[in-house]
Ligand binder design. Structure first.
Ligand SMILES: [Zn+2]
Length: 201
């Protein structure tokens, strides 16, 4: 969300007040305009507005996709009386109607692919993110590792390779490792630790 000067008259998404050209407002693409005092500031508030806008847009993509699929499937099921007639399918030589049908079928398949891309786009649009989400994910991994590992465990540390946990702090772990270049200890973000698997043991 960012402050702008209104260029075209609009309405505040929250209170509905009219915002006229020249006024200050808060704006986010696809989400809309807010009067400065209505600006959503809490992460969950921002998420609600973004989710609403994203869902509206995603619904539109899904509607388009559905219409495309219906049209394409009507084409692919057209003229059933002749479509499955083996002579019609295999007769050598040019049959203009058969050519047209093949071309139209090709377009219908392409249209289904476009519909699939639209559905994928709708799906990804629905995953709205706000500031703080990434940190929450990292913290979730740290909590998981704090619970499943203890001092003395041998773990995979990502870039530092295999190591033994010497100490578990709030956000990091002190890990010791004896490798070809000697023994070292390093502080690793708890989120980076993972169990040793047969692949990297
Ligand atoms: Zn307002």
């Amino acid at each position: 969300m960012r402050p702008i000067t209104v260029k075209y008259q609009g309405e505040c998404r929250k209170c509905g007040a009219t915002l006229v050209a020249g006024e200050s407002a808060i704006y986010e693409r696809h989400v809309g305009l807010f009067c400065p005092e209505c600006e959503p500031k809490e992460a969950e508030d921002i998420r609600t507005y973004r989710q609403e806008a994203a869902d509206r847009k995603a619904d539109r993509y899904e509607d388009w996709a559905t219409k495309r699929r219906e049209k394409a499937s009507a084409q692919l099921n057209s003229h059933p009386e002749i479509r499955h007639d083996w002579a019609f399918i295999t007769q050598p030589g040019r049959i203009p109607f058969r050519d047209r049908m093949n071309k139209a079928d090709g377009r219908a398949f392409e249209s289904i692919h476009v519909a699939e891309r639209m559905e994928a786009k709708a799906e990804s649009l629905r995953h709205v993110r706000v500031k703080g989400d990434a940190e929450k994910r990292w913290q979730g991994l740290r909590d998981l590792n704090t619970n499943r590992f203890k001092v003395g465990d041998v773990v995979n540390t990502g870039i530092y390779g295999k190591g033994t946990i010497l100490k578990i702090n709030k956000k990091t772990a002190k890990v010791g490792n004896t490798g070809t270049s000697g023994t070292f200890t390093v502080n690793v973000d708890l989120a980076f630790l993972s169990p040793i698997t047969s692949l990297n043991s």
